[in-house]
Design a protein around this ligand. Sequence first.
Ligand code: ADP
Ligand code: MG
Length: 556
Amino acid sequence: EATEETFSFQTEVAQLLHLMAHSLYSNKEIFLRELISNASDAIDRLRFERFSRPELADDEPLRIHVAFDPEARTITISDNGIGMSRQEVIANIGTIAKSGTTEFLKSLSGDQRKDAALIGQFGVGFYSAFVVADKVVLTTRRAGAAAGDAVRWSSEGKGEYTLEAVELEQRGTSIVLHLREGEEELLNSYRLRSIIQRYSDHISLPIVMAPEEEGGEETTVNRASALWTRSKSELTEQDYHDYYRHIGHDFTDPLAYLHAKVEGRYEYTLLLFIPSRAPYDLWAQQSRHGVKLHVQRVFILEDTGQLLPAYLRFVRGVIDSSDLPLNVSREILQSSRAVDHIRSSAVKKVLKLLRDMADNEPEKYATFWKQFGAVLKEGVADDYSNREEIAELLRFSSTHSATQEPDVSLNAYVERMKEGQEKIYYLLAPTLSAASSSPHLEAFRKKGIEVLLLGEAVDNWVVTGLLQEFKGKALQSVAQGVPDFGDLEDEAEKQETEKAAADLAPLLTRLKESLDGKAYDVRVTNRLTTSPACIVANEADTDLNLAQRLRGSGLP
Ligand code: ADP
Ligand code: MG
């Protein structure tokens, strides 16, 4: 005798469900995309688990099934993937809110279209079933578990769900949606097919629908082939964009993409996208990398830094290798020559893609820089072998620009350098506005010498990472040491400073005495034009702003 047990959702989940039911209606079709995407993930995971557990293999073709029943007013989505144990059901779609749930609730804009598109991004796709259903019944059996160990989860999307032990002949998951009043239009084969084609064409497994008439045949609704295996010439920009929206869980088009089939010593395909918006977890400790590794078209794992370095973690896409073993693990990846090769080639290609964008589509590049510039900057310090290429991609605010927009490249700076100017001047400050109003800039402004204004925490690494030089030009902080204007200083100025130093000698002596042990030196300077005094770091020491930052970060 089966017994039903009732559980409560955590507050956030209950809130989320309420929202699904009441506020995301204008983009309701996405429920099907999300449930099909979960079915596809479940089959990917089954395929992966079979490498280590061959006993899970059988001849049954892997597929996703979609059916509807006008009388019962239900839509059913089922898969023969990995399934879930009772514990997994509770953990994945049960009581506890996932980190994405709260993030999702926080980032809602009130624009139903946008908000609905966020669902996949925050890992709360399953609950979108409640956009169209007022009751959802999920029945599942974990691969490898006994028929009697299946479980049925059922909820009306209010505060509770029930669990019940059931028997299930086959492994996998099926989800029955009991449609809300007024959703009858979804009980229509043409309508469902067109939703599937629109949102799920790129799923590389067959999505099958039952025959329309009795005695008819099942039909595969989607194209069911991996996009990246097709030749570039038969794909349109729209195909790529649609695919990106699918794998990037994004509703905006990517800024750029590259699709390359590489043959030779190693064979692999790259399909990589630069998004136009940063994901919510770009700065999280464990932020998701967006590249999925496939081996001969079988999904293996999501990159956690083996395939692309952290400073390119915004890239989304697929890498498909023919050289790796199907049972490859993260440990193997770390020491694989093929992976080394793929990684360095992928990095070079992405940097080239960005370079082309910067050269040919500066407006797009400005968007890219706003969203991801701070991440890319990490590369200057992290990736020694590509330092020069990355340095050329950097953009800074500068005393030369009318706005505070970071739109000055080091190349542009070098081209504009004054005759006799040998160094690239910069100012590090806690914020951009602090930088642009700093007294350290006075003399440079007066002489018309451009200074780069660095106001982001990561800029410290840029300065140290460039090893103090770009294309043979040293980088020089304007807040450090005696300002060295090189040949830009004229004789008259020099004399003026010397005269002032002589006149002010008694004052300097008194100041030095009273600041004994606190200041290294007190000097007359030509660095200021309107401010009476400023504090600078000693030549031999670290830049003051950098020193403060390093102290703050706990580094020595
Ligand atoms: P996400 O897919 O981003 O993890 P979802 O809310 O769509 O978020 O799904 C939550 C979790 O529920 C999945 O990660 C998975 O563990 C589980 N799940 C959902 N649907 C299925 C399914 N068809 N088969 C197996 N597990 C599933
Ligand atoms: Mg999902």
